[in-house]
Design a protein around this ligand. Structure first.
Ligand code: ADP
Ligand code: MG
Length: 299
């Protein structure tokens, strides 16, 4: 377990969004008066022996700066949640971790982004191999229009992880088990994946990510298209997976961040304002902007 916080916080009783505080509303005007010093993050952004060491990261789309001088470590086997108002750069920053931004023509990434001490943006790096090590689960479940079996077998096959059918069968079963889906689908592995419920599809996408034995799983609002029961299942899964993987999750739900993560990072207008143990962020935030966000004064 990482050196930051080895416990997963218990059930948070925080409301999804607190009602607007009428006494001291943070108006647009007031928001502008809160100074954010570029490159300055309060809390504990660094850790010993990190999985990712990210320094002075800047990302722009053409002339628009989306990420402004962010430095952060992500520890091994930690679950870190990225929170913050819409458009503040959470997805952009997440996508840097497996070079998902490469396909956006206007996108430029600067700074030092290291995974286990090696440069993620080294031009000689094999991006397909990188994305097998750093898997991704998206907001909307996106299974291939193929069978349940084929969805999970696809990755191991193209990465040459199984030579025999029996090896592949084994990977498919164990991945579906780890994704908590095996019992629901074992009798219909040949059925098309798109016929499953949304929650099952998302767990299938998680099984598909797990099947290539990744070290890191990036999740961009993985539950926002799911109902509460399906959400609870995915959250349970995140807790189990944190024993084997490093997990970075973007979420709009502060309750979810509180339930699943060890550390929480608060983003604001492209800045990383605060990173701290999750309990601390939600009970005693250090930065005024973090406090305003978690108390629902803006977002
Ligand atoms: N493909 C893109 N092209 C141009 N601008 C983008 C693109 N993706 C995101 N942006 C801009 O970058 C900023 C950060 O967006 P994003 O990372 O999606 O934020 P979040 O995930 O926190 O909502 C926003 O101003 C957004 O408009
Ligand atoms: Mg986003």
């Amino acid at each position: 377990m990482n050196s930051i916080n080895s416990t997963i916080p218990g059930d948070a009783t925080m409301p999804e969004k607190a009602p607007l505080a009428v006494e001291d509303p943070v108006t647009e005007e007031r928001r502008e008066t809160v100074e954010i010093e570029e490159g300055k993050t309060v809390g504990i952004p660094f850790s010993d022996n990190p999985k990712f060491a990210l320094r002075n990261v800047e990302v722009s789309y053409g002339d628009t700066r989306a990420i402004r001088n962010i430095s952060l470590d992500i520890a091994r086997n930690e679950v870190i949640a990225f929170i913050g108002p819409s458009g503040c750069g959470k997805s952009t920053f997440l996508r840097c971790l497996n070079r998902m931004n490469d396909s956006i023509d206007t996108c430029r990434v600067k700074g030092s982004l290291m995974l286990d001490g090696d440069d993620i943006y080294d031009p000689r790096r094999d991006v397909v191999e990188l994305r097998a090590r750093v898997g991704m689960v998206f907001q909307k479940p996106n299974p291939f229009p193929k069978s349940i079996y084929e969805n999970v077998a696809y990755g191991p096959r193209i990465h040459g992880l199984a030579n025999r059918k029996s090896d592949l069968d084994e990977i498919v079963e164990s991945s579906l088990r780890k994704a908590g889906l095996w019992d629901e689908v074992k009798d219909r592995l040949d059925a098309t994946a798109t016929g499953m419920s949304g929650g099952q599809q998302q767990r299938l996408c998680i099984a598909r990510a797990i099947a290539v034995s990744p070290e890191v799983i990036l999740m961009d609002e993985p539950c926002s298209a799911l109902d509460p029961i399906a959400t609870a299942k995915v959250e349970e899964l995140i807790a189990e997976m944190s024993e084997s993987y490093t997990i970075v999750i973007v979420t709009h739900s502060m309750q979810q961040a509180a339930r699943v993560s060890h550390r929480t990072a608060y983003f604001h207008l492209g800045h990383l304002v605060e990173v701290n143990e999750t309990n601390k962020v939600f009970t005693a935030p250090e930065h005024e902007l973090t406090e305003s966000y978690i108390t629902g004064r803006f977002g």
